[in-house]
Design a protein around this ligand. Structure first.
Ligand SMILES: Cc1cc2nc3c(=O)[nH]c(=O)nc-3n(C[C@H](O)[C@H](O)[C@H](O)COP(=O)(O)OP(=O)(O)OC[C@H]3O[C@@H](n4cnc5c(N)ncnc54)[C@H](O)[C@@H]3O)c2cc1C
Length: 299
């Protein structure tokens, strides 16, 4: 399967944005079956440039992540990327997992630290494990044959008390260790992305693609929960508009589609290399945003 850095280079040469879809590993067999029966085929028909599959909290889905990525590549002939975290694994176990990925034809990896397990304070690696994502980038690169992406935080990472500029310098360190591209945390005010991009490219000389991560709002309660967990700002004007829609879920979803469509259109006009959608394992909102952007090309 193609490497994301090569796909990006080809899209850039054509003057077209990169489009990707993220799926999370479902908790139950029924939810996984529903994903592969409905949302995934519907989104695969839009021919994204690649898909990605998360690695469950606490390293709980190592086998499921690889098998979902494998299935997407085989059944839908789409390049897919496995997320991988440092949580709960030794260097040896990480190397084994990467060897297994390579055997299955998985060559795109999103190298992450991962979040500390719920109820614990602060991240601590297992004995023989790694503490920061940049070490995982190095390890993956040393094994060879992988294209590696990393996470970036337009508002700074929630745990980085030294401020966002320090967090962005640490992101630069991940790139210096061999990361080929960055996918950002979700955000709702594009000014955060522009400041982040300008700092990285202008001040730090970063040249790899900085791909904005966009989430379609499907529910007011859910988006308040997500943003409070990851530390992203939910602008007060946006909260006001969502609260005015009350419990009308259809109206909230429509608002979320319109909001994300405008947000993506502006990002692409302002030179973002593409858009990575947090699909929440649902197809219709992401599909309609792509249609609004004129980027849906059903096969
Ligand atoms: C696109 C995307 C996809 C994600 N997918 C998943 C997933 O599938 N599974 C999952 O569990 N989580 C996922 N996450 C969440 C991610 O694991 C968490 O946000 C995690 O807390 C940070 O991961 P990181 O890779 O940015 O870590 P790091 O880059 O290691 O940074 C973590 C913290 O350590 C600090 N730091 C970094 N280097 C140093 C250093 N040398 N010295 C001191 N401090 C340092 C940073 O400033 C930051 O505060 C995803 C996030 C994004 C944006």
């Amino acid at each position: 399967m193609q490497l994301i850095r090569d796909i990006h280079a080809a899209k850039r040469a054509e003057g077209r944005p990169l489009v990707s879809f993220e799926f999370f590993t479902p908790k139950t067999a029924e939810a996984e079956q529903a994903l592969f029966a409905k949302a995934l085929p519907a989104l695969a028909r839009l021919r994204p440039d690649f898909c990605s599959v998360t690695y469950g909290a606490g390293g709980s889905t190592r086998d499921k992540t690889l098998s979902m990525v494998d299935r997407i590549q085989r059944e839908h002939r789409l390049p897919a990327m496995a997320h991988l975290t440092c949580v709960g694994s030794t260097r040896e176990q990480i190397s084994e997992l990467l060897a297994e990925a390579r055997t299955r034809g998985i060559h795109n990896i999103l190298a992450l630290r991962g979040d500390p397990p719920a109820g614990t304070s602060g991240f601590s690696p297992v004995a023989g494990g790694v503490r920061f994502a940049h070490e995982l980038v190095t390890l993956t690169r040393e094994l060879g044959g992988f294209c590696v992406g990393v996470a970036g935080f337009p508002e700074g990472h929630v745990e980085c008390k030294e401020g966002k500029a320090v967090d962005w310098q640490r992101l630069k360190a991940k790139i210096d260790c061999g990361a080929d591209f960055v996918i950002t945390q979700l955000f709702f005010d594009n000014a955060f992305y522009y400041e982040f991009r300008d700092y990285l490219t202008g001040r730090l000389g970063v040249t790899v693609p900085l791909i904005p991560g966009i989430i379609p709002i499907l529910s007011t309660g859910q988006i308040k929960k997500f943003t409070s967990l990851c530390g992203a700002t939910l602008p007060s004007a946006l909260v006001g508009r969502l609260e005015a829609l009350g419990d009308d879920e259809a109206a909230v979803t429509q608002f979320g589609i319109d909001f994300a469509s405008q947000q993506c259109a502006e990002l692409l006009r302002q030179g973002a290399p593409g858009v990575h959608f947090y699909t929440l394992n649902r197809s219709s909102a992401t599909g309609r945003i792509l249609q609004n952007l004129g980027l849906a090309s059903p096969s």
